[in-house]
Write a protein that binds this ligand. Structure first.
Ligand SMILES: Nc1ncnc2c1ncn2[C@@H]1O[C@H](COP(=O)(O)OP(=O)(O)OP(=O)(O)O)[C@@H](O)[C@H]1O
Length: 313
């Protein structure tokens, strides 16, 4: 559904060159739900804009929904939907009219466009709001309208740029419910960016991490966490001296009376670790195991935390 080779975009601003995307090779199968993650300025939006034909690549190729973005942008646009960060609906028309007009723009007859509008109003729980104007909708409702607008022409592939950013937790959960329903009802391939690591972790079947314009990790959240981060064992000791002794005996790093170490399988490794400490005369007061997060993956790869950024709440 998506295939890129060496996809690159360079911007030149006042003689200064910014390599926003540096040679991305990416293949996405039909029906996949891919979360595209990365810190601010990593190149997510630029990649999305190239894949959706809004921005021409400087070099490299991209085939999206079977059509080349540079040679046949019209063919790509007819087959994809794009829900950007900014609202796509106007302010003054009613919600249902917005959807009908969008359908007409895609060449549907009035009857087809009206039928499609009603189908989408139902799918995205917008039917009770059909006669309201977008200006009167809440953030979550507007986002649902944006998604409906992106789906009018039944795209096989939908791009969503931060669909849940800026919404309260309840609206975020609702949006995700609708995104997952899209796959179930239509089998739509979904490619989305998000700043919320736990959303990517739990919802997406594939996570692609970009940093500095390059893809630095690609796999299921489970694979990335197992391969690149590992579990953690955290113990506390009575004194800092004990904590330092624990590090000497069992590895890891101490901070005050807390010792943290990375292992492949924390639940299996914990008993042996505690026995090792005990035989060296070091007593752990508390011990707990934890699974890594996608932020741990990013930290392992780059030495930085994804959440260090100035992220939206
Ligand atoms: N039109 C442009 N002109 C010049 N530089 C640009 C332009 N668009 C993006 N850039 C630069 O390209 C780099 C990648 O930007 P991009 O918007 O793709 O990042 P992003 O990962 O989407 O970030 P964010 O999470 O903050 O939206 C940044 O350094 C940005 O400043």
């Amino acid at each position: 559904m998506i295939s890129t080779r060496g996809l690159t975009r360079v911007f030149t601003v006042k003689k200064e060159t910014v390599e926003a995307v540096r040679g991305i090779d990416l293949d996405v199968e039909a029906g996949q739900l891919v979360a595209f993650l990365g810190p601010n300025g990593a190149g997510k939006s630029t990649t999305l804009r190239m894949l959706t034909t809004l921005l021409p690549p400087t070099s490299g190729t991209a085939t999206v929904a079977g059509h080349d973005v540079a040679r046949d942008p019209g063919g790509v646009r007819a087959r994809i939907g794009y829900v950007g960060q900014k609202n796509s609906a106007g302010e003054n028309h009613r919600v249902r009219d917005e959807l009908v007009t969008q359908g007409r723009c895609y060449g549907l007859s009035h009857r087809e466009a009206a039928g499609r509008a009603d189908e989408l109003l139902d799918l995205l729980d917008l039917a009770p709001l059909a006669t309201r104007t977008p200006a009167t909708l809440s953030g979550g409702q507007r986002r649902r309208l944006d998604i409906a607008l992106g789906l009018v022409h039944r795209p096989a592939l939908l791009f969503l740029d931060e669909p849940s950013t800026g919404l309260d937790p309840k609206s975020r959960a609702e949006i995700w419910g609708h995104i997952l329903a899209l796959r179930q009802v239509y089998g739509t391939t979904l490619f989305l960016t998000t700043h919320y690591l736990e959303e990517a972790d739990t919802m997406a079947e594939r996570v692609v991490i970009i940093d500095g314009g390059r893809i630095i990790a690609d796999g299921t959240a489970g694979e990335l966490k197992n391969d690149l981060a590992g579990d953690h064992i955290t113990i506390t000791t009575a004194t800092e001296q004990d904590a330092r002794a624990a590090v000497r005996v069992g590895g890891g790093a101490a901070e005050g009376v807390t010792v943290r170490l990375r292992v492949a399988n924390a639940a299996a490794a914990l008993p042996e670790y505690l026995r090792t400490l005990e035989s060296a005369g070091v007593k752990a007061l508390t011990a707990e195991t934890s699974r890594p997060t996608l932020d741990d993956v990013f930290l392992t790869l780059t030495g930085r935390s994804l959440t260090d950024d100035d992220l939206p709440a």
